[in-house]
Ligand binder design. Structure first.
Ligand SMILES: C[S@@+](CC[C@H](N)C(=O)[O-])C[C@H]1O[C@@H](n2cnc3c(N)ncnc32)[C@H](O)[C@@H]1O
Length: 233
């Protein structure tokens, strides 16, 4: 589809490492994603064997693959072909026939079929500058049925701008010693400098502007990681 010259190139903003098969091969060991808590929460929100779930920025698919065991249909969307290759291989290895890997992004994914009951996204929206996040969240809302749930996790600064050094410095100091174990100080510095984690109050305004009611906003002790449970009004 032709897009205007001013349209954001999502692949160019995806983070070079996410496009690199060598990095993707190490991603699961680095990220240690545990889907248990979010799946349990979504079950309390009505996720069941009839549900359609779309995971935006699904990466190598740890969450989407676990969700597929509980849902009718899971669509795992990512801009990175390397991430999708890993995800599809895992789906095949587990014999899961109800999960599709779709190459696309927040701004380009075109949902087909019945509207989603749940949209999930973890640590992906921060790849978009705020102008585009606002547009992405309206698109997310359009994927969901009325009353559908968005569970959004991301790196979000839950503080005031004047407190940012006090929040960021301890987080950087707690970075992993080795990149294979987690994100090092240097990698976290790159995140702050080059990626688009928002302030919580800005993201929450965007969620509400997109028509979501924020049912629950959770900020971890570092004030860097936030999780939202939102309902489409
Ligand atoms: C840090 S990884 C998180 C992956 C997965 N959600 C997880 O929790 O492990 C970020 C993912 O977002 C994807 N991504 C980056 N920009 C995106 C966009 N505009 N739309 C969809 N996915 C995007 C990257 O390719 C990458 O797989």
């Amino acid at each position: 589809m032709d897009r205007p010259a001013w349209f954001l190139d999502e692949v160019a903003h995806a983070g070079d490492e996410h496009l690199d098969p060598a990095y993707v091969a190490t991603y699961n060991d680095k990220a240690h994603v545990d889907p248990t808590e979010d799946l349990a929460l979504l079950r309390t929100q009505g996720l069941n064997e009839r549900s359609i779930l779309v995971d935006l920025g699904a990466g190598s698919g740890t969450f989407a693959l676990a969700a597929a065991a509980l849902c009718r249909r899971v669509v795992a969307v990512d801009v990175s072909p390397a991430m999708l290759t890993t995800l599809r291989a895992q789906a095949a290895a587990r014999g899961l026939g109800n999960i599709e890997g779709v190459q696309g992004g927040f701004l380009t994914y075109a949902h087909q079929g019945d509207p989603a009951d749940v949209v999930y996204s973890r640590h992906a929206l921060h790849h978009l500058p705020d102008f585009w996040k606002a547009i992405a969240l309206v698109r997310v809302s359009s994927i969901l049925r009325p009353g559908g749930v968005l569970r959004l996790r991301d790196l979000v600064y839950a503080c005031e701008p004047c407190d940012i050094e006090r929040v960021i410095e301890p987080w950087l100091a707690a970075g992993a010693a080795r990149p294979e174990d987690g994100w090092t100080r240097q990698e976290l510095e790159t995140h702050v400098r080059e990626e688009y984690s928002p302030f919580s109050w800005a993201l929450e305004a965007m969620l509400e502007h997109a028509g979501f009611q924020i049912q629950q906003a959770e900020y971890d002790a570092s004030r860097i990681y936030a999780a939202y449970t939102c309902v489409k009004g």
